[in-house]
Design a protein. Sequence first.
Lengths: 294, 689
Amino acid sequence: MPNKLEIRNLTKLYGDFRALDQVSFTLEPGVTGLLGANGAGKSTLMKLMTDYMKRSGGEILWNGTEILKMGYKWRELVGYTPQLQGVYDDFTARRFLYYMGTLKGMKRKDIREQTEQMLEAVNLSDAAHKKIGTFSGGMRQRVLLASSMLGKPQVLILDEPTAGLDPEERIRIRNDIAELARDRIVLLATHVVSDIACIAQNVLLMRKGKVIAFDTPAGMIANADGKIGEFTGTYDEIRALQKEYPNGEIAQYRESFVLRIAADPLPDGFRPVHDLITLEDVCHLYLKGDRDYG
Amino acid sequence: MAELRRLLCSPRQLITLLMLTVINLALFSGYCRTAKEEQAASDVYQAEFLLQRPADYEKQAEEAEQTYLTTGYYEYLTYVEEQSVRQSVLGKLSKNSSFVTRSLEKTAKDYKKLHDVKLTKGENRGIRAVMDYRVTDLLLLIAPLLLVLELSGDSDTAIGALTRTTKRGRVPLCCMRILAIALLNSADVLLLYGGNILYAGRFFGNPGLQRAIQSVPDFQSCTARITVGGYFAGCCLMKIAALTVIALTVWILFSRFYSFLGWGIAIPLLGIQYLFSTAIVPTSAANILKFVNLASALESDIYFTQYCNLNWFGHPSGILTDIILALILALMVLILLTVLLIGYLRPGRVGQQLETVKDRIVKKLNRHLPVYSLFGFEGWKLLIAERALLTIAVCAVFGVSLWKDTRFFAQPADTQKFYTKYSGVITQENITKAEKLKIGEEDKLERDGQSFRLCMANEASEDMKDMLRTHIYFDWVYLERYENFLETMVTTKEFAQEHGFTAYLIDDDPYTKMIEESAAERRCCMLLLLFLIFSFYGIGAYDNRYDTRLLLRSTKKGRGAKLGAQILWCCILTAAAVLVCHGIFLLRLQTDLGFTHLNADMRNLAVFRDIPFRISLRGCIILLMIQRYLSALLLCGMIMLVSRLSKTPQRALLLVLVILVLPTALAESGILHMPDFLHVLSCCKSELI
C-alpha cells in the first residue's frame, strides 16, 4: 500500500490573522506542486508539516498516525529544504552534508556514500572542499537540496528549491526531483510554474491561507477551458486594454500584438483559447490580483 | 568624511571598542587590587622579617623615598656623570672604539643637564601599575587588526569593485582609510591605556601629573626633561604610532598577498619583533634590534626607564630619539606605500600559485574528512567555527600570567616553627609544651621590660631604648600568638571530644585564604567569567545568524540531541575552566603556604566550626570546587540563554558583556556600588561555608 500523508483542517493563527485556514488535502507518492503568491501560507504549511511550529488546529496524519505522536520518527522520514538559505558559512559543503547526515541519524558509512552521490547529483563535487561562505546563491541552494535528499527520506518538502539556479541547473534538479518522486511524496513549493509543469502529478493552489484548487495539471487545464482568451490588435489598442487587465500577457506576432488573459467570463472582444492552455494560464486564472505572484 | 563615519561609528566598531574597554578595565582593576593587597602583605612580612615594627618599617620606607628625592637622585646623577667621564678618559687611553668613548661622553653630558630637575613627592604605585601591566598592549592590537582585515577583504567584494569605479574611490578613499586607522588607534589607546591611567589614579591616588618623571625612582635613568603627564602623553603617542605602523603593514600584506601568504609573512614579522624585544638585553651588541622595534614601541615605557645609546655608524644616539625618528620614518614610508599599493595601483595579489597548491591539498584532505558523531560536530562548531579554541588559548596565556602574578606570603617564622613542631593530633603533651613556650615568652617579656626600665633609669642612648622597644613589641606579638595557639589547641580538643572526632592543630592560613575575599581570587574568577563568555556567547546565536534553526529542527537529532550535545560541551569546558581558574589559586596556596592534614575533620578549624556534618578538609575543598562548578554552570546557562535569544553572535556577546561584565567591572573598579548578591564574581566564588 502506498504511503499517504493527510492534512485535515489544518489551521494556523498569528493573533487574529489566519495564516492557514482549515486546509485539507492528501498527498501520495509523486510530485505535488504548491503554488501561491507570497503570504498565501505555503511556508507556514511546510513549517507545520515539519513540526517546526505549533499549529492552531487540525491534523497531519502519516499513514493514519498523527505526526506529533510520531515525534523524531516522523522527522526521520522527512527531508526539508527551507526557503531561507540556512547554511553555515564556515562549513565546507562536504562537512555540512556530513553534519546534516549525522543530525538525520544516518550511519557513518551511509553518510559518506550518500554525500558523494548527492554532491555529484547537484554538481558540487568540485567545490565540496570550499567553504559555503564563498558560494553563490545557486550553489548554496544546491547544498540545501542535497542535504534534504540525504538519508533517502520518504517525504520531501521543498520550499522553492530552484530559486537562484541557472536554467541548466534548474532542469537538472527538476529531473532529479522527478526521479526521486517515483516512490516518495514530494511537496514542491515554487513561484516558477514551469518547474512543476512537467513533473507534478498534482497541483495545489493556495490563496490567503486557503486551498483554492487541488487537482492534476490536466484536470486544472480542463477546468480552465473557455476562461483563457486572446485579443489581437495594434500596439496602441493593446496598451489601452492592458490598463484594464494588468496581469495579461502580451506577445508580438509579426505586425500585430496579442493580449492573453484569464477571466471568467471572458470580456467582449476576447477570443477563447481552447488548445495550448498552460498551467501558467491556470495560475493566472486562480491567482490573478494576488500581489507578488509570478 | 562618510568613509570615516562608516568605519569609526559603525555599531561593530563601537561594540569592539566598548568590549575591549570593559575587558581591559575588568582585568586591570583586578591587577591593581592584587598588587595593592600583595604590597600590604609583603610590607607586613618584610617588617617582621627585619624585626621592625610596622610603623617603623613604614617610616623607614618613607625616609628612603625622601632621601631619594632630596639627595639620592642627585648623587646618582653625579655618580653616573663621574663614572662616564672617568671611563671615557680611560677609554681614550686604552684606545677603545670611538663609539664607546663618544657614548660615555654623551652620557655624562645628558646626566649633567639634569641637576636642576626638581623632584616632588607623590603617589608612585599607580604609575608603576600602569607601567607593569602588559595585557593592555595585547588588547590594543585587536581593534586595528580587525579593521585592516576587514578593509583588506574589501577588494574581493562587489562593493570594493564599485568604489574603485568612482571618482574618489581610489587614492582619496585610501587616504581616508589611513586616517580612519590612525583615529581608531587613537581612540583605542585613549580608552584602554588612558582608562588604565585614570583607574590607577583613582585607585592608588593622584600620581601628580605636574611632577618631573624622575620623581618616580623607576625613572631615575630617564634623561628626558618631562613631567609624569608628559610621560603618559609620550607613551600614548608612541603606542598610537606603533599601532598604526603595525596596522598599515598588515593591511598592505593582506591586500597584496593571498591570505595564506599574508598570514605567513605577518605572523613571523610581528613575532620576531616581539622576540627581539624580550630576548635581547639592553647591553647587547644587537640592542638596536631591541630598541628600534615595534613591540618595544608598543610597550613604550622602556624608552623612559632605561638609558642607552645606540650605535649609528659610530655615533651614539639616545633610544628615545631613535624610536621617535624611526616611527616617524616608518609611518611616512608606510603611508606612501599604502597609497601606492592599495589606492593607486589596481588590486591584485601575489601568491596565486601557493593558493592553488593550498586549494589542491585542502581538496584532497577534504575527501578524507572524518564523519564525527553529533557530539563531535557540535564540538567542532564550538571550538573551531565559534573560535572557542582561540579563547582557550588566550585564557591559557592569561592563566600563566595569573599564576606568575599570584603570590602568598608565608606566615612569620615563629608561627611556621610552631606549626612544624606541634601541628597534627592535639595531645596533652603538646598542650603542656605549648604552655611552657608561653611561659618562656612571658619571662622574656618580663626580662626585656626590666631592661627597658633600667635603661630609662640610667638614661641609656636612644638607640638602645629603641632597640628594647622593638624587642618588647615583638615579645608582645609572640606572646599573643602563643596564647592564641594554646587557646586554639584547648578549645579544638574540647570541641572535638564533644563532637566525637580527632582533634588536630592545623595551620589555618591556607584554608582561611581559600575562602576569604582576596583580589587574587577575584582575578581568577574574572578570568573564568571571561572564558565562559567568550567560549559560549555564540553557542545559540551561531545557528540564528545563519538561519539554520528551521532546517536543523526538521531533522531527527536537530532538537533535544543537538541541544544535549551543546550542553555536554559546555559542562566539559566549564569543568576544565573551573579546575584551571580555581586550580591556579588553590595550587598557588598549596605551593606558597601548603594545605596540611587534608584528612582531618574540617571543624578542627575555627572558621568551619559551625558546619553541622562530618567532612574532611579534602572533602571540603572538593565540595567547594563542585559548588563553584555549579555556579559557573549557572552563568554558562545564562550565557547560552542570551545567545539563543540573540540574532547574531556579536549581539549576544554585547548583551552578555553588558549584563555580566560591565556592572562587575564597574563594581570591581569601585566606580559602582553593587549589592553582593548581584555581583557576578560572588556567584563564581560564593562560599559554601
